[in-house]
Design a binder for this molecule. Structure first.
Ligand code: MOS
Length: 736
């Protein structure tokens, strides 16, 4: 029986629940010192003086590092594709660009000693008032940054004319606040220098290979002399997909004290030492005929970034690709430079913000035209990517909409706002669709057949909690003709074959495809041995006549067979190695446009007196191509929906305009959705094998599931109450 397609439980599940999975900060290392980061309380200015005398004399302190005595680092120019989250390098000069910027690093024998000594440091500042992001003036303040990952603006046809000429027009502005990743596992680094000058960084990261690259550039150490290790992550959500100052600080501090150094960010430091999702202000204009057929879409987005980097949140991306508009589509992105740390991707970057605006506006169009919101989307469906003009490889959006609607019972919905009730509660039902970028990245993998008949899969890829260990086990098992319990997977170490970071929901289609190729290579080598090795059991036969199942090679139409273990022993081999290298052309250069799709349906219950919104039920229908493991895939979808509920109803970071600080820097001040917020979630997969997307037929899934949850809920809230909320999150204050 094939392992792929089976709902296999996580192969690392037992290890995790039994405490055997080691997260970065838990890695025991004798003699490791602890570092505590002291940070600025102002957001703009200069350190005039920093007094470390008392801290240096405090118990256990090994060294106090500030910009005055920190070893120098090599600056690296910034790019969305570079491995650093921000170009600002810590403790290199006296300038202060944001609140929470590292000011000093105290290294001591214990964490308590380091933290206590940090409180003894006294700094005096030259303070300037910070520039902060203001949603109300963002559009006037915005500038066009240099072009980065994608074109900043796009124009197909003449969108403005199409909208001006349209029978029905909608123009609205939508806003979303800053959000933070808030992973359960805080960022941590353990830096160890060997006597031969090799640096090993145990780092809580979604990209061991990129972290090695950045450490090499900044520290001036050749990549061959750096190992980066991360076997388990307690949440990433994109926040760990680039490198941040604390990792560099740990590496240099370990060199200074000539001992391993461990740095673990506090919960409050997670708001300023690493990235966050930038707020967006988005304006959407739609033009359509009276039947709701779109003629024009214009989508303009502005986001804040730091004073030193140009992070662009490509929120208008969705509008380039999702719906057909006969007259044209235009999009643009601009930024506002403010005193904050650099933003970064956060689960379903670009799309999750962009779809809130686009799919809310589509709901407004549905009400303006009187067309049912599901039907409106079916009418604007397209087989061709409006932006590139290429056909979609696969696009089961129609099935997502119709099968999702059937499962949800959409036909029982009465469209009039406030027309559905449950006792004193208002009931609302909303729908939203989504399109999600598919990434094609190269990756390598190695599969070793061992003499005992087991197999080892190795790649410098990651399992960020999504189930990569498990799906790679399944894929390798099938390619080898072996039971999954004979396969072990090792990930998260730069000494393994180079692979891509765990971002963009790309690991199943890409890194896992490399595993399949490596497993096939190992299997092919075994077949070759059976045909022409020592005492070859199938001598003279053709490779295609050999089948492998249950770790046994068999020659078809005969009784001849031999196990992998017997075959290796017969040839005097302790192991047999297969290498895989998956190297696809980039999606933009391929013949087809490749995206994942979804349609999601939300039902809310609103208390008309208190303005409280509760999610009653939710149906998500997804086209992510072929599903490798329905159980881990469903877990991804549940997690994505919950993530989206947080975006819709709870999450918002507040900045104090006077100090420029994020003020709600903990789990009590920054609300995330928890079990009590979540009803039963219904998930269905409607996609099929997509041969363009991956040799495995799979498209990206994880982040797709976080997209369009917020507009589905906002649309449901409108249906329940008649009140359109265009600013997230949908709080009681906004609804009453
Ligand atoms: Mo995802 S934000 O691309 O890790």
């Amino acid at each position: 029986m094939n392992a792929v397609g089976q709902p296999i439980s996580r192969v690392d599940g037992r290890l995790k629940v039994a405490g055997g999975a080691r997260y970065t900060a838990d890695i025991p290392l004798a003699g490791a010192a602890h570092a505590s980061i002291v940070y600025s309380t102002i957001a703009n200015g200069r350190t005039v003086a920093i007094d470390t005398a008392a801290a240096e004399k405090a118990p256990g302190v090994l060294v106090v590092l500030t910009h005055e005595n920190m070893p120098r680092m090599n600056p690296v120019p910034w790019s969305h594709l570079r491995p650093q989250g921000q170009t600002y390098l810590p403790l290199q000069d006296d300038r202060i660009h944001y609140a929470g910027q590292p000011m000093a690093l105290v290294v001591a024998a214990t964490l308590d000693q380091a933290t206590y000594a940090g409180t003894l440091i006294k700094a005096s500042y030259e303070t300037h008032s910070p520039t902060v992001f203001d949603l109300r003036t963002a559009k006037e303040d915005a500038v066009e940054p240099p072009q980065r990952m994608w074109p900043l603006s796009s124009l197909v046809g003449d969108a403005d004319k199409a909208i001006a000429d349209a029978a029905v027009k909608i123009e609205r502005t939508y806003t979303m606040p800053d959000r933070h990743h808030n992973q359960m596992e805080p960022h941590a680094t353990l830096a160890v220098w060997d006597d031969d000058g090799t640096l090993t960084l145990y780092d809580s990261t979604q990209m061991v290979v990129g972290t090695r690259k950045l450490a090499s550039l900044v520290l001036g150490v050749p990549e061959e002399k750096i190992n980066v290790v991360c076997e388990f992550l307690g949440g990433g959500f994109g926040g760990k997909s680039w490198s941040w100052p604390h990792t560099l600080l740990a590496a240099l501090a370990a060199k200074v004290v000539n001992r391993p150094v461990r740095v673990q960010l506090t919960r409050a430091q997670m708001y300023s030492m690493v990235g966050h999702q930038a707020a967006t202000v988005q304006t959407i204009a739609l033009g359509a005929d009276r039947d709701g057929r779109l003629s024009g879409i214009r989508h303009d987005s502005v986001n804040p970034t730091s004073v030193f980097d140009d992070y662009v949140e490509y929120a208008a991306l969705a509008s380039r690709h999702l719906w057909r508009a006969s007259g044209g589509i235009s999009t643009s992105h601009r930024v506002v430079h403010v005193n904050r740390n650099s933003p970064v991707v956060l689960r379903a970057p670009m799309e999750a913000q962009g779809h809130f605006a686009l799919e809310s506006a589509m709901d407004e169009l549905a009400y303006a035209t009187g067309v049912d919101p599901v039907e409106l989307r079916l009418r604007n469906d397209t087989d061709t990517d409006p932006y590139s003009g290429r056909p979609f490889s696969t696009r089961a959006l129609r099935e997502c909409l119709t099968k999702g609607a059937a499962r949800f019972g959409w036909d029982k919905r009465t469209p009039e706002p406030r027309s559905m009730r449950d006792g004193r509660y208002l009931i609302g039902q909303g729908v939203a669709a989504a399109i999600f970028t598919h990434w094609r990245w190269p990756g390598k993998a190695r599969v070793t057949l061992n003499g005992d008949g087991s197999a080892l899969v190795e790649a410098a890829a990651h399992d960020i909690g999504t189930g990569t260990y498990t799906v790679m086990t399944q894929v390798a098992a099938d390619a080898l003709g072996m039971a999954p319990d004979r396969v072990t997977v090792r990930l998260g170490d730069t000494r393994l074959p180079e692979s891509h970071p765990a971002i963009g929901s790309a690991t199943v289609p890409n890194a896992t495809a490399a595993v399949m190729l490596a497993a096939r290579a190992a299997r092919d080598k075994a077949v070759e041995l059976a045909l022409s090795g020592r005492d070859a059991p199938f001598a003279g036969a053709a490779p295609e006549d050999v089948i492998v199942a249950e770790s046994r090679l068999a020659l078809t139409k005969t009784n001849l067979n031999i196990t992998y273990a017997e075959l290796l022993a017969r040839n005097g081999l302790s192991s047999l190695v297969g290498d895989g290298h998956y190297d696809p052309v980039e999606e933009v250069n391929g013949p087809k446009a490749i995206f994942s799709f979804s349609a999601v349906f939300a039902e809310v219950r609103v208390d008309p007196d208190l303005g409280l919104v509760r999610l009653n039920r939710f149906v998500g229908a997804y086209d992510a191509g072929r599903i490798i493991n329905p159980k881990t895939a469903r877990s991804q979808a549940i997690g994505g929906i919950i993530w989206g509920v947080g975006q819709a109803l709870l999450e918002q970071s507040e900045t104090d305009p006077a100090s420029g600080q994020f003020v709600n820097r903990n789990y009590s001040g920054y609300l995330v959705a928890t079990n009590a917020d979540i009803p039963e979630l219904d998930v269905l997969f409607v996609g099929g094998f997509d041969e363009e997307a991956s040799p495995l037929g799979a498209k990206g899934l994880g982040e797709l599931t976080a997209v369009s949850v917020a507009p589905a809920i906002a649309n449901a809230v409108y249906h329940a109450t008649g009140k359109r909320i265009r600013d997230l999150p949908i709080t009681v204050e906004r609804l009453l």
